[in-house]
Ligand binder design. Sequence first.
Ligand code: FMN
Length: 283
Amino acid sequence: MRVFAYVASRRRPVSNTVRLLDLFVDQLRTQLAEPVDLKVARPFEWDLRNCLGCEKCFNAGRCPLDRTDNFDRIKEEMLSADLIILGTPVYAGMMSGDLKTFMDRLAYWCHLMRLAGRYGIPLVTASTNHALETTATVAQFLEYLGLCVPFTIPCNVDVPAMLEDPRFAHDRLGEYAGQLANLYSVGTLTASTYQQRYFTNLQRMYGDDSIPETVEVKFWRQHGYLQFTEFADLQAALRKVQQQSSDFINNRATSEYASTDLDLEPMLSANPGLVLGHTGPSA
Ligand SMILES: Cc1cc2nc3c(=O)[nH]c(=O)nc-3n(C[C@H](O)[C@H](O)[C@H](O)COP(=O)(O)O)c2cc1C
């Protein structure tokens, strides 16, 4: 399983959120039948620039800042991952500024539900409060991106000191890891009610033949997003594509994404398991 994690804390050498991530991934390694390839990105390594609000990402499919801070390399990592983890400490009752910057830079991917077919997990540490609220906000963002979010991992580090308590640090994290390992091995991806509603609304908009053919409309057409009524069916189909042709995706989808031409039809049609124009993953 390929895992990409962005941990939006600048504390080093020891970050509570990194500790939580390591504990969870250790559990995952014991529960999965295959190796876990973990890539972790931290804010001090990347120094991502704040969104300029130019809207080029929505209109042209690319962010002009990517060339400055290489954020496109992070996006490539996410596109080739099976699981994406966003980790943050709670700052003043919410996510850190570094995580918000990261999320803003991905806003246009929300319109594309670009990461559908993968799993996403929010992981939050707080001293005493707002871990739950923050995981809920991050989970909603992950769902916007199209990810299946089977659970969230909120953790207080002081009151209660959950990282020091084996009932959480071992047992609970072990349960989470087991749940994910089961879903992953069977290939099950679920869609929340909210996610289905969001998908249906976007589909109505992008499926309207009378609207101009924007980059976003092209993406929805070329990725087969208009062929599925149920978001869960699209997730399953994309998961199949991801599994069957990970090399193809790694080599092609990411480089194509750097251009304004989001023609991923070849990626889909290269897979006998997914035929455009049919509904459902078994088509
Ligand atoms: C600027 C700042 C604001 C914080 N605000 C909160 C807060 O509102 N609620 C809380 O419970 N903890 C708060 N904390 C504590 C951190 O969330 C907590 O120590 C976290 O585990 C740190 O994670 P890290 O070591 O990965 O950076 C704050 C810490 C800092 C530095």
